[in-house]
Design a protein around this ligand. Structure first.
Ligand code: 9MG
Length: 262
């Protein structure tokens, strides 16, 4: 899953391209590099990021979804918590809703259920702006994450989203300390008993920065090591900014893993 942010500051091209042109060009590159899904987001979930109105998010995201589906026929995922974006993005041809807030915004469960799209629910506490103030857990992190995801799957099912439409994500970097993130990667395999495809997003995250002392532009090797560990423990989808190197890392891991089945 290649990350495509369509926030105005995401394209540092010196003003030579419109956001649409730059988004299409970036998606094309990621698809050429082997991405199977393009995850389009119009609202940053980084702490301190500006709050975006639903009108603004719709305007940023939906035309790009429509254009990518028309031009490349690719599978598009909507990185959104906003019910209007879910509805309009589905009409424009998206195939997945990727909501870091796990459909907790008013109207989101209903919009997702009616869309008939696949849905990714992710572990987090609170809001991205304040989540790092809520990192005290009573139980080991993998158990907290397991219970949270199990509950969200149940809530979604009760709202009419069948279990076979659901993807689960432990939410690396969301309401977690560095120790939580490392332990969670070590125990990722335990989430397989949720019996849903596992999505993992670690690309360029601060857990790599903290573990290795690297700035964001130097986190690729750390991210590839985590990608291989995630695949070995059953991850089905990796969300990444660096599609080409990640595809190589995954294929290398698979080349080794499939020998174990012979
Ligand atoms: C939008 N976004 C940022 N990080 C993410 C992650 O780890 N997982 C998912 N599903 N979405 C994410």
């Amino acid at each position: 899953m290649g990350v495509l942010n369509v926030t105005p500051d995401s394209f540092s091209d010196g003003g030579h391209y419109t956001t649409m042109d730059a988004a299409v060009r970036q998606a094309e590159n990621m698809l050429r590099d082997g991405a199977r899904i393009i995850d389009i987001g119009g609202e940053s979930t980084r702490p301190g990021a500006e709050v975006v109105s639903s009108e603004e998010e719709l305007e940023r995201v939906v035309p790009v979804v429509a254009r990518l589906v028309e031009e490349f026929g690719c599978l598009v995922s909507l990185d959104t918590s906003c019910p209007e974006v879910m509805r309009e993005g589905a009409k424009a041809g998206a195939g997945i809703i990727n909501d870091v807030r796990s459909l907790t915004r008013e109207g989101a469960l209903e919009a997702a259920a009616a869309s008939e799209l696949a849905v990714c629910v992710m572990h987090m506490r609170g809001e991205p702006a304040t989540m790092q103030q809520q990192v005290d857990y009573g139980a080991p992190i993998e158990e907290e994450v397991f219970r949270f995801l199990e509950d969200r799957v149940r809530v979604c099912q009760a709202a009419g989203i069948s279990k076979d439409r659901m993807i689960v994500d432990p939410g690396f970097g969301f309401a977690k300390t560095i120790e939580h993130n490392l332990r969670l990667m070590n125990r990722l395999h335990s989430l397989q008993s949720l019996e849903r495809p596992l999505l993992v997003g670690v690309s360029r995250k601060s857990m790599i920065g903290k573990a290795l002392g690297r700035e964001v532009e130097d986190r690729l090797p750390g991210g590839l090591a985590l990608a291989a560990l995630a695949v070995q423990q059953g991850a089905a989808i990796l969300r990444t900014h660096d599609v080409g190197p990640t595809v190589d890392a995954v294929n290398m891991a698979w080349a080794v893993l499939k020998e174990g089945t012979n």
